[in-house]
Design a protein around this ligand. Structure first.
Ligand code: HEC
Ligand code: HEC
Ligand code: HEC
Ligand code: HEC
Ligand code: HEC
Ligand code: HEC
Length: 350
């Protein structure tokens, strides 16, 4: 039994001139294959699923695998949950196992196949656009500068379907859709794992409060709706989705009446972030030697918000402690009166 996918998605996903060349190449291959007519067109995932959904057909249903990049050893299940797979980004009817597991394209599967396949390459054939965007992002640049491990495609697009896959197994093949509410919720956690301060700011704000109530459908923004998916840039970059030049467009997707003053709204208030206050104090302390920085910090709407917050807390604190003091004094006065009255009546008895 020789298996080959009827129509490769790779062809569809290639862009521009590459697509032309590739189509031509594929055309030639198809003609050659038809002429030889030794190839059997299975045209679906049947042969793969025939083994990979049935533990008894697999000699090994679990395997220890070494991650080629991190070197981590983990146990991976060889079982595929067909229903879960169909709900993923690649589960459409015109997508085939061999589009990703290309080594098996055209392989003879009568006795199974060789054990250690090459890792799936997301970039070369299908997703060169995200790869290019990703490499240009502040993320990759800064992480490299700061000597931090840059996450790979598979780190971020790791299967998140553990709640319903047969084995409770997460596999990078189960790539969830960006429109799925549960997945969107999990992306907040994924970003926040490394950006706690900004997560706290998000949670202090309308959007983050709505998502914390469990509403994570596409109407409510999660991190990537504002910052983008792959080309995540610092807000000072003119191409950033949250920078001056593009923020109206970003907010305008949901807030039809957004205008220049609306987008001044502070998305990540740092009011509860002590290190922001520290930076503020430092800027004031070094105001003489570094007036530029002081000016920048004072002009930042974040600073005004923090000052207002401190004043507000001050007023609250003052009001409540005055009330407290007042009540305490009243209480002491009442005790004193009671004591005096008692003493008085004692005197009267004598
Ligand atoms: C005859 C049964 C059979 C068929 C048909 C079959 N497989 Fe497998 N497959 C296996 C077994 C058994 C293993 C475990 C391999 C091992 O390590 O010995 C496996 C392992 C794998 C692995 C993991 C390999 C690794 O590197 O650890 C992938 C990926 C895979 N199969 C994909 C496919 C795809 C895609 C198809 C269809 C084109 C397919 N298989 C068809 C039996 C089958
Ligand atoms: C979108 C690409 C894609 C598609 C389509 C796809 N896989 Fe995979 N598959 C992967 C990736 C990525 C891995 C993780 C190993 C790796 O990085 O190569 C994987 C791993 C596997 C494994 C090993 C288990 C694991 O978690 O490492 C098996 C078995 C497997 N695939 C079978 C299949 C079968 C059967 C189909 C068709 C129903 C299929 N795959 C379709 C991308 C895909
Ligand atoms: C830092 C995390 C991260 C990395 C690394 C990453 N992505 Fe993404 N990607 C996302 C997020 C977030 C989304 C939007 C939510 C979703 O669809 O999962 C997304 C969406 C996508 C989509 C859906 C299409 C779209 O634009 O909406 C594709 C395709 C994709 N990524 C491919 C890749 C490829 C290929 C790589 C490796 C070069 C990669 N991603 C690396 C975070 C990442
Ligand atoms: C594995 C950890 C990690 C994950 C996950 C991660 N980031 Fe980052 N991110 C970093 C690091 C490290 C930097 C560089 C910051 C630095 O060192 O100054 C960075 C930089 C950024 C920047 C630019 C900050 C600046 O100072 O210019 C933004 C914006 C950002 N990330 C947003 C996101 C979003 C949105 C997500 C989720 C899609 C995400 N990050 C996921 C670690 C991560
Ligand atoms: C409604 C849109 C929106 C959402 C949702 C959002 N952000 Fe932001 N984010 C912004 C804006 C606007 C800025 C720039 C101004 C600022 O620093 O507050 C920013 C700034 C940042 C920065 C600092 C780097 C820079 O570009 O200035 C990081 C890091 C960051 N966000 C991470 C996150 C994370 C993590 C999440 C999800 C928990 C998230 N953001 C959700 C709009 C958003
Ligand atoms: C994915 C859609 C979406 C995006 C993008 C988005 N918002 Fe929102 N925003 C909402 C929802 C939903 C609410 C909460 C419900 C409501 O009050 O309308 C909200 C509430 C708000 C509020 C609270 C006050 C109000 O109008 O109810 C402000 C302020 C706000 N957003 C500002 C922004 C800014 C600034 C941006 C761009 C940086 C932005 N939003 C981007 C969906 C979005």
């Amino acid at each position: 039994m020789v298996y080959r996918s009827k129509k490769s998605l790779i062809n569809k996903s290639l862009s521009g001139s590459k697509r032309l060349c590739f189509s031509a190449f594929l055309g030639v291959c198809t003609v050659a294959a038809l002429a030889l007519s030794t190839v059997l067109y299975a045209g679906d995932n049947g042969p793969c699923l025939e083994c990979h959904t049935k533990p008894d057909k697999l000699k090994v249903s679990e395997k220890a695998k070494i991650d080629p990049i991190t070197g981590e050893i983990k146990v991976a299940s060889m079982l595929v949950d067909e229903a879960t797979f169909k709900t993923t980004a690649h589960g459409g009817s015109d997508f085939f196992c061999v589009d990703c597991h290309q080594e098996l394209d055209g392989a003879d599967l009568t006795d199974g196949h060789k054990p250690n396949l090459k890792p799936v390459d997301c970039i070369t054939f299908c997703h060169d656009d995200p790869a290019e965007d990703y490499l240009q992002s502040s993320h990759v640049k800064l992480m490299k500068e700061h000597n931090k491990d840059v996450p790979t495609c598979k780190d971020c697009h790791f299967g998140l379907t553990f709640h319903d896959s047969v084995t409770g197994e997460k596999s990078p093949m189960y790539v969830p859709m960006g429109t799925n509410a549960l997945h969107r919720k999990l992306t907040i956690e994924a970003c926040s794992f490394c950006h706690q301060e900004y997560f706290d700011g998000y949670r202090n704000n309308a959007h983050g409060q709505v998502t914390s109530l469990g509403y994570t459908n596409e109407d409510v923004p999660v991190c990537f709706d504002c910052h983008g998916k792959h080309k995540i840039l610092n807000s000072s970059d003119p191409e950033s989705k949250v920078g001056k030049e593009r923020i109206l467009e970003t907010c305008g997707k949901c807030h039809a009446n957004a205008n220049a003053s609306f987008v001044k709204h502070i998305e990540h208030p740092q009011i509860k972030n002590l290190s922001y206050y520290n930076a503020l104090l430092n800027a004031i302390k070094n105001g003489r030697s570094d007036p530029e920085n002081l000016k920048k910090v004072l002009k930042n709407p974040q600073t005004i918000l923090c000052i207002v917050f401190v004043m507000y807390m001050g007023i609250l604190g003052f009001t409540f402690s005055s009330f407290g003091l007042h009540s305490l004094l009243c209480w002491l006065a009442a005790i004193r009166d009671e004591y005096r009255r008692k003493g008085h009546s004692d005197e009267e008895q004598h």
